[in-house]
Design a protein around this ligand. Structure first.
Ligand SMILES: [Zn+2]
Ligand SMILES: [Zn+2]
Length: 354
């Protein structure tokens, strides 16, 4: 089977042939029809995440082995299944849950595999991902039926959608009129705004440095926008929300954005740190105490949360970010990653098999 692999950190994706696995137990092989290109793959292509003063978090330290096959927003159909699997090869399309844990630790036992502290099996990191013709999934339980959701949009639910949904759940419940800042209106930011809106939230302040991104934000449900670049970002955020913010979901999460969010926050507010741009918190620790602030991290989401999100997407017409469909080829993997890296891609790119 063909995969589009990066031979080493920084290398472009190249088409290579790898052996089709012999399936055991409830394993499944999925023919990929739609594969979203997510911003975190830009960092994965670089081979590391910036940890500020703590240096770098190398992909190999997370258990990746080169050549790596990135891509974790996968929709496809079963082409082969192990002897114990109940799914049949056929036309049913599934969203693949990619954030697979060890299956043994307490978090995995509690269906919170994204909190796994054991030997992770994330597709696109420790296992081959979705920039490929086919992907080997270790158990059929990780398949969520797509239903009548648009397949390219459905693909984006597996990471940007799930991350958004899980982050929003961490600030809820909250009165609908209390301001929530969404910092960064790229793919995850737009989904976050769409999920907040779908759950009935009314006061959503989108913050970004790009006017085009803020336009997308308004289109999916932001009630106010703030352009980064003025002299008083904190004041701009508070004015846009009408009062100090009750919560912020920070999809950029560098030192500047986390500080602005914390200084703009009302007592008892919650900052959810999501972005992987790298930086340091530099906020007076005593103010965290005085203002009773909560700082929470969010990394993707759990399988039950993906199922809830897919149900939500079936029930309501979630506003969709602009999606550019491109052919599922090595060339387009590279072009899409470059587009995200250089911020020339407006909205989302999804690779589609011919
Ligand atoms: Zn992602
Ligand atoms: Zn685990």
């Amino acid at each position: 089977m063909k995969v589009f692999a990066h031979a080493e950190p920084g290398a472009p994706a190249e088409e290579i042939e790898v052996e089709r696995p012999e399936l055991q137990g409830s394993e499944v092989l999925i023919r990929i029809t739609n594969s979203g290109v997510c911003h975190s793959d830009v960092h994965c292509q670089d081979g590391y995440f910036d940890l500020g003063s703590a240096g770098r978090y190398e992909l190999t330290a997370a258990g990746a082995q080169y050549p790596v096959v990135l891509g974790h927003e996968i929709v496809g159909e079963v082409v082969d299944a192990g002897p114990d699997a109940t799914v049949q090869p056929g036309d049913t399309r599934y969203i693949v849950f990619p954030w697979i844990g060890c299956g043994q630790c307490q978090a995995c036992q509690e269906d919170r595999e994204n909190y796994c502290s054991g030997k992770k099996r994330n597709l696109s990191v420790q296992r081959r991902g979705g920039y490929a013709e086919e992907v080997h999934v270790p158990d059929e339980c990780y398949l969520v039926p797509l239903g009548d959701i648009d397949p390219s949009f459905g693909a984006t639910l597996a990471c940007s959608g799930l991350t958004s949904y899980s982050a929003v759940k961490k600030i809820m419940p909250l009165p609908a009129d209390k301001p929530v800042a969404v910092i960064g209106a790229g793919g995850v930011g737009l989904m976050t705004i769409a999920v907040l809106k779908a759950l009935g939230h009314e006061n959503i302040v989108a913050v970004d440095m790009s006017e085009a991104a803020l336009k997308n934000a308004s289109a999916v449900g932001a009630s106010a926008t703030v352009t980064v670049g003025g002299e008083d970002l904190v004041g701009d955020i508070v004015r846009a929300g009408g009062e100090k913010i009750a919560a912020a979901i920070d999809l950029v999460n560098n030192g500047d954005t986390s500080n602005a969010a914390l200084f703009a926050m009302a007592n008892g507010g919650t900052l959810v740190s999501v972005g992987l741009f790298g930086g340091q918190y530099q906020f007076p620790t005593a103010l965290t105490a005085f203002n009773l602030l909560n700082i929470r991290g969010n990394f993707v989401g759990s399988l039950p949360e993906l199922k809830e999100l897919v149900q939500l997407a079936q029930d309501v017409d979630l506003p969709k970010p602009p999606i550019q469909e491109v052919p599922l080829t090595a060339e387009q993997v590279n072009a899409s990653l470059d587009g995200l890296r250089n911020r020339t891609l407006n909205g989302r790119a999804v690779l589609v098999a011919s």
